[in-house]
Design a protein around this ligand. Structure first.
Ligand SMILES: [Cu+2]
Length: 155
């Protein structure tokens, strides 16, 4: 009892000082983050392409930050989070190895912004089809998502 309230007070103090992450002791796993996923979708890739993008909205309803560290899908040989950007007139994609969602924050992956890149997609994706995605977080939790294939050019 005593120890629990001490821990809570410590957590508060750390949050206030902004030192939460660096001061988190290695032996104490953070409580489960409560991340919700909405509106997961994939624009149908043009014929002849074996890459696809996946988009969704993540909302962290928990009290600790959630860090997305990996994505996989049974339809793709590999998947990763990318950020699209324009540098010196060239559009580029940069890998996002750790996507942090703070408590209460909503992050949307959308066309021309962040996306999940699905590489070496094994089969043509049909409009309306649902594609499984598994989101892996730094705390070891996995979130299973069903993304709907929409016509190319959907927003
Ligand atoms: Cu990409």
């Amino acid at each position: 009892m005593h120890r629990r309230s001490f821990t809570a007070a410590l957590a508060c103090a750390l949050l206030l000082t902004g030192a939460w992450l660096s001061a988190l002791p290695a032996w104490s796993a953070p409580p489960a983050a409560e991340v919700q996923v909405e509106n997961a979708w994939i624009p149908q890739p043009p014929p002849g392409t074996d890459v696809a993008a996946a988009y969704f909205t993540l909302h962290n309803a928990g009290h600790t930050e959630a860090v997305l560290v990996g994505v996989s899908s049974p339809v793709a040989a590999n998947a990763m989070v990318h950020e699209s950007m324009v540098m010196q007139g060239q559009s580029m994609m940069m890998p996002v190895e750790r996507l942090t969602i703070r408590p209460g924050e909503t992050v949307t992956l959308k066309p021309n912004g962040m996306h999940v890149m699905l590489n070496s997609v094994r089969k043509p994706l049909q409009v309306g089809e649902r594609v499984a995605l598994v989101l892996r977080f730094a705390n070891g939790e996995e979130l299973h998502v069903s993304a709907q294939v929409r016509p190319l050019g959907s927003q």
